[in-house]
Design a protein around this ligand. Structure first.
Ligand SMILES: Nc1ncnc2c1ncn2[C@@H]1O[C@H](COP(=O)(O)OP(=O)(O)OP(=O)(O)O)[C@@H](O)[C@H]1O
Length: 260
C-alpha cells in the first residue's frame, strides 16, 4: 500500500507544489491522476519513488517511510517501483532484447556487466515480458526501427522484467496517436489485471483515464480536489478539477484551511 499523510512538497525556490496530500492506494489499483498542466501531477508521482523529496508529512510504501531511506534503501525501493516516461528512455541503436535485458544490469556482478553476459533465466524473463506486451516478434529488431507505440511497449517490457509491484507512468501515451494510445492503455490494463501490479498514471487525456483506470485523483494547484471511482466522475467533477468554478474554489479553500 502507498500512503500519503499530510504530505507537502515545497521546491527550493519556495513554490508549494503539493499541499496537504492524504491518500491511500492499495496494491493492484489502477489510478489515473488528472489535472491542469502545473497542477502537481508529476511532483506527486515522483515523490513515491524518491525522485523528489517531500518536505513535510509522511509517505510510506508497504510500510516503509520513503523519505527516510538512504542509498541502498532507495535502490531497493526503486527495484520495486517501475517508472515509465513519455519519452520511453530507450537506447535506440540496439535491439529490443538488449534494451529489456538492461533492467538486470543494476543487480549483476561486475564481471557479467563488463562482458555483457546474461543468464538463461534473465533471457527467459525478458522474452516473457516482451510477450506480455505483444512484441515478442520484435526482440531482435533495433529500437529505432519501431513505431512510437512499439517503443513505449519496449519501455513497459523493461519495467515488467524488473517484476515491480508498482508502476508509475508519467504521461505514457502523450506522444502517441489515439489508436496506439488506446493499445498502450490496454497493455497497462492487462498488466494491472493479470499481474496485480499497482498502476499510477499521470494523463492529460481524460477520456482515456475514464475508459481504463478504476480510480481518478484530480489535482488542482497542489491540492487533491477529487478522489473517487471512475463512475463518479461527471461534468461537475471535471469542472472542479479543470476550470475552477465556484465549487472548485470552495474545496481548495477548505483544503487550504484544513492544512493551515
Ligand atoms: N524544480 C522545481 N522548482 C520549482 N518549481 C517547480 C519545480 N518543478 C516543478 N515546479 C513547479 O511545480 C508545479 C507542479 O509541477 P508538476 O511538474 O508536478 O506539474 P504537472 O501537473 O505534472 O504538469 P504537466 O502536466 O505540465 O506535466 C508547477 O507549477 C511547476 O512549475
Amino acid at each position: 500500500m502507498i500512503e500519503f499523510k499530510n504530505v507537502q512538497k515545497q521546491y527550493p525556490n519556495g513554490f508549494l507544489a503539493l499541499n496537504n496530500i492524504n491518500l491511500q492506494i492499495e496494491q493492484g489499483e489502477y489510478v489515473a491522476i488528472i489535472g491542469l498542466s502545473g497542477a502537481g501531477k508529476s511532483t506527486l508521482l515522483r515523490c513515491i519513488n524518491r525522485m523528489h523529496d517531500i518536505t513535510d508529512g509522511s509517505l510510506q510504501v508497504n510500510g516503509v517511510e520513503v523519505h527516510k531511506l538512504k542509498g541502498s534503501g532507495i535502490r531497493k525501493l526503486r527495484r520495486n517501483i517501475g517508472m515509465i516516461f513519455q519519452s520511453y528512455n530507450l537506447v535506440t541503436r540496439v535491439t529490443v532484447l538488449k534494451n529489456v535485458l538492461v533492467s538486470f544490469v543494476p543487480e549483476m556482478p561486475f564481471w557479467r556487466k563488463v562482458l555483457g553476459i546474461f543468464t538463461k533465466e534473465e533471457k527467459r524473463i525478458t522474452l516473457t515480458a516482451l510477450d506480455q506486451v505483444g512484441i515478442l516478434d520484435k526482440a531482435f529488431v533495433r529500437v529505432d526501427q519501431l513505431s512510437g507505440g512499439q517503443q513505449q511497449r519496449v519501455a513497459l517490457a523493461r519495467t515488467l522484467a524488473q517484476k515491480p509491484e508498482i508502476i508509475l507512468a508519467d504521461e505514457p501515451v502523450a506522444s502517441l496517436d489515439p489508436v496506439t494510445a488506446k493499445l498502450v492503455m490496454e497493455d497497462f490494463q492487462r498488466i494491472n489485471h493479470d499481474l496485480n501490479m499497482t498502476i499510477i498514471m499521470n494523463i492529460h487525456h481524460v477520456e482515456l483515464a475514464l475508459a481504463y483506470a478504476t480510480r481518478i485523483i484530480g489535482i488542482r494547484s497542489g491540492v487533491i480536489v477529487f478522489d473517487g471511482n471512475v463512475a463518479d466522475v461527471d461534468g461537475q467533477v471535471l469542472d472542479l478539477i479543470y476550470s475552477g468554478q465556484k465549487q472548485g474554489k470552495e474545496q481548495e479553500a477548505n483544503a487550504n484551511e484544513s492544512s493551515a
